[in-house]
Write a protein that binds this ligand. Sequence first.
Ligand code: ATP
Length: 204
Amino acid sequence: MVDPTRRILIFGGTFDPPHRAHVELPALVAERLDCDRIIYIPAAQSPLKDDAPRSSEVHRVAMLELAIRDLPQAEISTIELDRGGTSYFIDTVTELGRELGHDAELCFLIGADQVLEFQRWKDWREILERVTPVVMLRPPWTRETFEDALRREYGDDEAAQWMAWLVDTPRRDISATDIRRRLARGEPVDDLLDPVVLGYLRTH
Ligand code: ATP
């Protein structure tokens, strides 16, 4: 059996801003999978997003620190920000492997939307050989529609593998894009964003 102290969850994203799903779901997964460490990794520039993040790196890290303040097992790694440029996950996996030692089992959290894009990630097959995905279902996908989409994208065998990596978490209909849109229109975001993070956002 894997020593639970050595199973580490890594969670990359833009976190612009970090929202409730970014905090609640990893905490649940960590409990389910017996991980006592969650490493959040804000991207400098996501390879698949056309635009640079709206918020500066300093503000994204500051908001993330506030968002995870009540998660004792969570920490932030700035390796992608320090590396700068386009944040290829394969480079992050290599760096983390070196840093954390090869006896640590690295699991990476990924939302259903990103799984369906995963074949566009650089060296995606190599990523899967080196770290284990943990998939979170996310609206609009249900288990059934996600499985259908996986079959179309990957074929039956690999779709079944991805489904086996799906972890049972509540579906939370929250996205940073929707939050930015609502804020721009002056609409409420209270259910979507931690009030302390919202306070920071409004101040900065
Ligand atoms: P944006 O709307 O700006 O694209 P986002 O809300 O998707 O942002 P990211 O920082 O890009 O947030 O997400 C980081 C990771 O978290 C991705 O793997 C994404 O799929 C996952 N994720 C984000 N929101 C949810 C959610 N509500 N449920 C499950 N996974 C999520």
